[in-house]
Design a binder for this molecule. Structure first.
Ligand code: 13P
Length: 255
């Protein structure tokens, strides 16, 4: 069964105290207000993970994740964090392929494929991001771009491994810009992603794959986006830094 997921990406925000305090609020609000089967995931900076893991332990619809891992098992990679280290603090998700990592840290599809392997090996669920830039949308090449990102980053996986991946469509032009994709624009791409997955892994796996939308998602537009047939939740940046907004987005799936 396809899961509905609302995931927050805190990016490089919040000092230690602020993060722990925001996460406590989120956990309490989820306990009081979330009544559906949706999952709430918070992807924090690495410094918060071990503390927030303790706060979420035993709360079965709240999960935590990292925003990146290194592809190697361990070793001389100063400043990096491995999948097993992330797993060891109690996190069970990791965002991979975010457009900010692709753009600012030059992460290629081939590197991301290795990171996906490392995540799966250590029982982390990759939230794998794909999406086109403004130029790629305007030139009409966006379907090709998205297909290549899927093929090169993920389609080396066996069907059993692919079933453990969550996808997130994040049009780069909509991230942090206030320019949300319209529900119709987003649905069009989500349907294309599902069709591409079906061609590779078959209809049943495609139907079970959760595909989240990300890019200026907020409490005012979440309902319209999430009511689209192929949109199974959101990956939320700015609005995940405010507990009230984040919960209001998560509660769209209460209905
Ligand atoms: P915003 O919600 O701030 O546009 O960020 C989206 C995002 O990049 C989530 O990963």
């Amino acid at each position: 069964m396809r899961k509905n997921i609302v995931a927050g990406n805190w990016k490089m925000n919040l000092d230690y105290e602020q993060g722990v305090s925001l996460f406590s609020e989120i956990v309490n609000m989820v306990k009081d207000e979330v009544v559906g089967s949706q999952e709430v995931v918070v992807c924090s900076p690495a410094i918060h993970l071990s503390s927030i893991a303790k706060l979420s332990s035993g709360v079965n619809n709240v999960h935590i994740g990292a925003q990146n891992i290194h592809e190697a098992e361990s070793g001389a990679y100063t400043g990096e964090i491995s999948a097993s280290q992330v797993k060891s603090v109690g996190a069970n998700h990791v965002i991979l392929g975010h457009s900010e990592r692709r753009a600012f840290f030059k992460e290629t599809d081939a590197l991301l494929a290795e990171k996906v392997n490392a995540a799966l090996k250590h029982q982390l669920t990759p939230i794998f991001c794909i999406g086109e830039t403004k130029e790629e949308r305007e030139s009409g090449r966006f379907f090709d771009v998205i297909k290549t990102q899927l093929e090169a980053g993920l389609f080396h996986l066996s069907a059993t491994d692919f079933e453990r991946v969550v996808l997130a469509y994040e049009p780069v032009w909509a991230i942090g810009t206030g320019l949300t994709a319209s529900p119709e624009q987003a649905q069009e791409v989500h349907a294309f992603i599902r069709k591409t997955v079906a061609e590779q892994y078959g209809e049943a796996i495609a139907e079970d794959t959760s595909i989240l939308y990300g890019g200026s998602c907020n409490p005012s537009n979440a309902q319209n986006l999430f009511s689209q047939k192929d949109i199974d939740g959101g990956l939320i940046g700015g609005a995940s830094l405010k507990s009230r907004d984040f919960l209001d987005i998560a509660k769209v799936f209460n209905a």
